[in-house]
Design a protein around this ligand. Structure first.
Ligand code: NAD
Length: 337
């Protein structure tokens, strides 16, 4: 079967084969399946012969991301908060990935964002409890806020403004984590929590408020437009290529005896935002110049994961370097924008 956007280096077929022992003929529910990470998860689990139900309200996701799989998965266009499985459908795994994820976008829709991560998470935890599924909740590096410990380990409690403009996302995810742990402690539910750091790759949105910094820069560079940096550009991020992130998430989902645990999933290679913009300008041979806009409120100064726990317990480490990954996404946007 051909993918809509195949990956050469680490194809969904290769990853699917690697995880087929866990997903072959198993029932899997993926929320946010029409989005960036959700659609990759869907591809790989279908390749692993999993029987997949997808839920998405298309608020940021695209129907097209699942088009090539429409004969192989069940797709439910619904808000996650309202989704009920048909009949007595049982799942082995639930990946709860539906949430707005780009800072400009979630700040535009703060109530929806809180709902997806609170009421939506509660809904999925109840479904998992009814059928004994393992639930993987997509948390985020943003729960650490403006971290004062770099690289940041899972044991760091965070430095978050609870009423700031980012709190709909940060606190929504923190509440989601707390709810998962409450279900784990009260009902022994099998929950696992990846704290995902900035991920990029094919199918990430590059348009308008949906675009996060890296895809926005690539799009602006390809069009020789001004590259817009919020703040002085000396803030740092660590970017992980999508196949690495997904592999980490699948290892976390399928590893034995780690219920109720959290893992940082990200690439520890830290880069300033201005260096990232310069690299993208160079790689695209763009005529773009950089323009500096006012800093976003509560924007973290540095972000870099400590991934020693994932390395030690899951045997996972990212493999794709930034130059290679950027080359791939530049090619992708050249062909698809
Ligand atoms: N990509 C990253 O760098 C990153 C980093 C940290 C955490 N995450 C988390 O991973 C998950 C997926 O992120 P993504 O990058 O794929 O974003 P995305 O915007 O591409 O995908 C999110 C999907 O969820 C759907 N959705 C949103 N709210 C919904 C709701 N209430 N009901 C049903 N569907 C809904 C959207 O339509 C979209 O298809 C999110 O939970 C996000 O917070 C992503």
């Amino acid at each position: 079967m051909s993918l809509q956007t195949p990956l050469d280096a680490k194809s969904a077929e290769t990853l699917g084969r690697e995880f087929s022992q866990f997903f072959d003929n198993r029932r899997v529910l993926i929320t946010g399946a029409a989005g960036f990470l959700g659609s990759w998860l869907t591809d790989i689990i279908v390749q692993a012969n999993g029987l997949v139900d997808c839920v998405d309200n298309l608020s940021t996701g695209k129907r097209n991301n699942l088009e090539h799989l429409k004969d192989r998965v069940n797709i439910f266009f619904s808000d996650v908060e309202k989704f009920s499985p048909a009949g007595a459908q049982k799942y082995d795994y639930i990946f709860h990935f539906s949430s707005r994820a780009s800072p400009e976008e979630y700040q535009e829709h703060p109530v929806d964002t809180l709902e997806a991560n609170s009421t939506g998470t509660r809904r999925m935890l109840e479904v998992a409890r009814n059928c004994g599924a393992t639930l993987v909740f997509a948390s985020t590096s943003e729960i650490y806020g403006d971290a004062q410990v770099i690289p940041t380990p899972e044991t760091y409690f965070g430095n978050v403004n609870p009423i700031g403009v980012r709190s709909c996302y940060d606190e929504g995810k923190r509440f989601g984590e707390a709810l998962c742990m409450a279900f784990f402690r009260s009902y022994q539910l099998k929950v696992r929590i990846p704290r995902i750091f900035n991920t990029y790759g094919e199918r990430i949105r590059e348009d308008g408020i949906y675009a996060r910094a890296l895809p926005r820069f690539v799009k602006q560079a390809l069009n020789d437009e001004l590259i817009t940096i919020f703040g002085d550009g000396n803030q740092t991020r660590s970017f992980c290529y999508v196949t690495d992130t997904i592999k980490g998430i699948l290892k976390l989902a399928t590893h034995e005896s780690i219920d109720g645990e959290v893992f940082n999933i990200g690439n520890p290679h830290e880069i300033t935002i201005v260096s990232l913009a310069a690299k993208i300008i160079e790689m695209t041979q763009s005529k773009s110049k950089i323009t500096y806009l006012p800093a976003m409120p509560d924007d973290p100064r540095r972000r870099m994961p400590d991934i020693s726990k994932a390395k030690r317990v899951l045997g996972w480490t990212p493999e794709v370097d930034l130059d290679y990954g950027l080359g791939r996404i530049i090619d992708y946007f050249r062909k698809n924008s």
